[in-house]
Design a binder for this molecule. Structure first.
Ligand SMILES: [Zn+2]
Length: 460
């Protein structure tokens, strides 16, 4: 029997074929969408219409695929720095418009549903890797006031199409786990409520059952990594308002996965989540799910850090104590270089036994030392490390970050203090020998030479 899981595994087997090559990583801009649409226009596989313009005048597009009677509206990147769903959607469009041994599944979907896809609702924000639009408005808090052209366009399209289902597609911080454990919440799902009492109407009940179906489908692939997003009512958000209007709305958030900072593996998971949704809607299979199982999905919990170093010894005022230190890699966008870099900030210090890390190390027996500064220029970074130096006075062309495991400063000495919300720069030594170096929140073993995957900071 051709079950959903059989169909999905057959499609995932060929995923690389469908994966859109014009987008990779978290920076996805308007030009990527335009290139993609130009390419598919040449092949006239989809119907594409311009449905208006962003505040800065970039076109917003609506792609229509399928001929089925169930209408599904999807919009992606309403927050400009959340591109995982955009990439997954382009992969899905490729899948749906190709011809191969998965044709029957394609036909099942496209005969049953019609997809209306807005691949990038906030192109102005996407241009500068910003959540907000050019007016600095969070579009997902503008459903009532509709001061942004993007919010107006979305509401207008919803009223014109009158979809049965809507998918509000986002990225969340990688700091969420699925329940109270170390497993990251790679996908979190929500059927938005329509009042503070979190009541259930018919539209919401359909969305909840569909989510149970998505959860079950994804659990075969990434067990324990799927969560239920916080269901507090937000009267200004789109999902919450669409549910009021009778549209079964599903919010999907892409989250973190170990060693996947660009969220390319999560992109594939997201593709699978959408695929499963379309299959479950196409054959109405979701209707068989038990509503109460929605509440059994583990809750999204913000208890994950990028790095947790446990049992570090700190000496202060001639006394010693032991703490855990948690570090979070905050992403920043360098407009000039069109690149994302990170600041590894200390997120918490103390007993962090109720928190987890993507990477965790027991530093029992290691003493924390604060780093030194120098204005001497050596050739090798390791020479600085061996001397306990993590800050070098040096002028460089750009002012934000460097690829090496060292920090530069050109005029004023940056703070080398150990404090919450400051970049983590320190050394860990035992028997007066430096074993580990934490540079801008990235851990390096001084005894091993491994490729540095992070970045240092270049201070002005
Ligand atoms: Zn978002």
């Amino acid at each position: 029997m051709r079950t959903h899981s059989y169909q999905i595994s057959s499609i995932l087997y060929d995923y690389e074929k469908y994966k859109e090559s014009c987008v990779f990583g978290r920076i996805v801009k308007y030009e990527h969408i335009r290139n993609f649409l130009n390419k598919s226009a040449e092949q006239s596989l989809t119907e594409v219409n311009s449905i208006g313009s962003s505040y800065e005048g970039r076109k917003i597009h609506l792609i229509k695929i399928g001929t089925g009677k169930t209408k599904i509206l999807l919009w992606s990147q309403m927050h400009g720095d959340e591109s995982t769903s955009t990439r997954a959607i382009l992969d899905l469009i490729n899948f749906l418009t190709m011809s191969d041994e998965n044709n029957q599944t394609r036909k099942d979907i496209l005969d049953s549903v019609t997809l209306y896809i807005i691949p990038m609702l906030n192109p102005d924000g996407a241009e500068i890797f910003s959540r907000r639009n050019a007016q600095l408005i969070d579009i997902n808090r503008d459903a009532l006031s509709q001061q942004s052209p993007e919010a107006k366009i979305l509401y207008k399209i919803k009223n014109e199409i009158k979809p049965h289902f809507a998918f509000n597609l986002h990225d969340q911080s990688s700091g969420y786990s699925a329940g109270m454990n170390y497993k990251s919440s790679a996908i979190s799902l929500l059927a938005p409520p329509f009042n503070h009492q979190l009541e259930i109407n018919e539209a919401r009940s359909r969305a909840m059952k569909l989510i149970v179906s998505i959860y079950n489908g994804l659990s075969e692939l990434i067990p324990g990594h799927i969560a239920r997003y916080d269901d507090e009512f937000e009267p200004r958000a789109f999902g919450d308002n669409f549910i009021i209007d009778g549209v079964s709305t599903v919010l999907i958030e892409a989250g973190g996965w170990v060693d996947d900072p660009e969220r390319e593996y999560v992109r594939k998971i997201y593709f699978t989540a959408l695929l499963k949704s379309f299959l479950a809607i196409s054959d109405n299979n979701y209707e068989n799910e038990i509503l109460e199982n929605y509440y059994k999905i583990p809750e999204n919990k913000e208890i994950l850090f990028d790095l947790v170093l446990r049992n570090i010894t700190i000496e202060k005022l001639d006394k010693q104590f032991t703490v855990d230190i948690a570090i979070k890699h905050e992403t920043y966008f360098d407009i000039e270089q069109n690149k994302i870099y990170t600041k590894g900030l200390i997120a918490d210090i103390g007993d962090l036994s109720t928190f987890f890390g993507y990477d965790e190390f027991d530093m029992f027996g290691y003493n924390l030392e604060l780093p030194k500064f120098t204005n001497k220029n050596y050739l090798e970074v390791t020479e600085y490390h061996n001397k306990g130096i993590l800050f070098v006075k040096k002028k460089i062309k750009y002012s934000n970050w460097i690829e090496q495991p060292i920090n530069f400063y050109s005029t004023q000495k940056p703070s080398s203090k150990l404090d919450v919300d400051l970049p983590a720069n320190f050394l860990l030594s035992t028997c007066n020998k430096i074993r580990y170096i934490v540079i801008n929140g990235y851990l390096i073993d001084n005894y091993k030479s491994t490729r540095f995957i992070g970045n240092g900071i270049a201070y002005p």
